[in-house]
Design a protein around this ligand. Structure first.
Ligand code: ADP
Length: 332
């Protein structure tokens, strides 16, 4: 509703501009043409008056005809200009509505996405808060609450606080990368960055006896080092999270003349074809990770990776087969 009035207002504004120009032109055209006609007819009568027998009453009659002709011509021009302006009004209204829609549609879509994001974020933030509140209330009402129960409550609350901490930091990262520019880029060694990221997820991989094998080429590039580390940590973390114990995760860099590819592949649960187009959307989680495998997460990691890759002028794509594994490719 809000945007419907905006469409109309903008259309009206465009029409007003077009019609003001059109009316100014029409007035100028009217003035010029009536002056020219007047001058033309005036010259004719003057020429007749200069002829012999110029006191002929026929010439007086001619002057009368000239005046009526002038008035008629002026009226005809006026009428034509009115028709012309009406036509311009109709055409400009249609065109203005079209352009107003074209101008406002992307803004409307961005606002819708922003609203959806805010609603999703609030929902996700509220869930752990509600759990903490309910648990605390129930325990406070319990007259026989002992130290062990209280410790259990605190432990459970701590888990919810961890979730809230993770969520708010992920949301802050998204906001941060949305506004970041290339100005703080430094020269980095990509292999070193990836190795650093592997070290960060090493503990998690060991817990699941997952081996990370890296085939890295020495490549130097301009980049924002902390965000690149973050990018590889998220992708490796996912590869480990969504893979069975004892499987293998591979990181490989490939270099061509103009491009650089980093491929991270796993032998995990895979992603359904129907989920693939959406996994980079904020808060999107494939059903399989929500229900069957019950892996913790909020669906924010991949949207952060997408933003980081875009910041570096690259693209990220995913390929996957259910039950076989997934492959994420970053083109830089
Ligand atoms: P999450 O916090 O849920 O892991 P992400 O944005 O990192 O959020 O990932 C979005 C969804 O994509 C995940 O919920 C999961 O379903 C799927 N996904 C991401 N990486 C993998 C992977 N390596 N293997 C299988 N599924 C994955």
């Amino acid at each position: 509703m809000h945007f419907k009035t905006a469409y109309l207002k903008l259309t009206l504004f465009y029409v007003l501009i077009v019609m003001t120009i059109s009316i100014i032109f029409s007035v100028v055209i009217y003035r010029i043409s009536s002056v020219e006609i007047d001058r033309g007819l005036g010259n004719q009568t003057r020429a007749l008056r200069e002829m012999p027998h110029s006191n002929n009453p026929f010439i007086d009659k001619l002057e009368q005809i000239r005046d009526t002709q002038l008035e008629e011509s002026n009226n005809r021009i006026k009428l034509n200009l009115i028709y012309f302006n009406l036509l311009i009004l109709v055409l400009s209204s249609v065109a203005s509505y079209f352009f107003a829609k074209k101008t406002l549609e992307p803004i409307e879509k961005a606002m819708e996405a922003q609203n959806r994001f805010t609603a999703d974020a609030s929902h996700e933030l509220r869930t752990p808060l509600t759990a903490m509140k309910t648990e605390t209330e129930v325990n406070l009402r319990d007259k026989n609450l002992n130290l062990s129960d209280a410790k259990k409550l605190l432990q459970s609350n701590l888990e919810e606080i961890d979730k809230l901490e993770y969520l708010s930091s992920a949301l802050l990262k998204l906001a941060k990368y949305d506004n970041e520019t290339k100005k703080d880029f430094e020269r980095i060694n990509l292999a070193e960055v990836i190795e650093f990221a592997i070290e960060k997820v090493d503990k998690l991989a060991n817990q699941k006896s997952i081996v990370i094998s890296a085939k890295l080429k020495k490549v130097e590039m301009l980049a924002d080092k902390p965000s690149l580390i973050e990018l590889f940590v998220i992708l490796l973390d996912n590869a480990i999270k969504y893979s069975p114990k004892g499987s293998k995760v591979t990181v490989e860099t490939k270099k061509t003349d103009h491009h650089l590819k980093v491929i991270i592949s796993d032998q995990g649960i895979g992603i359904k074809k129907s989920d693939l187009p959406y996994i980079f959307n904020r808060f999107y989680r494939a059903d399989i990770s929500r229900s069957k495998e019950k892996v913790d997460g909020y669906g924010l990691g991949l949207s952060i990776t997408k933003r980081i890759v875009e910041l570096h002028g690259g693209t990220i794509t995913a390929n996957s087969k259910i039950g076989k594994g997934s492959e994420f490719t970053i083109h830089l």
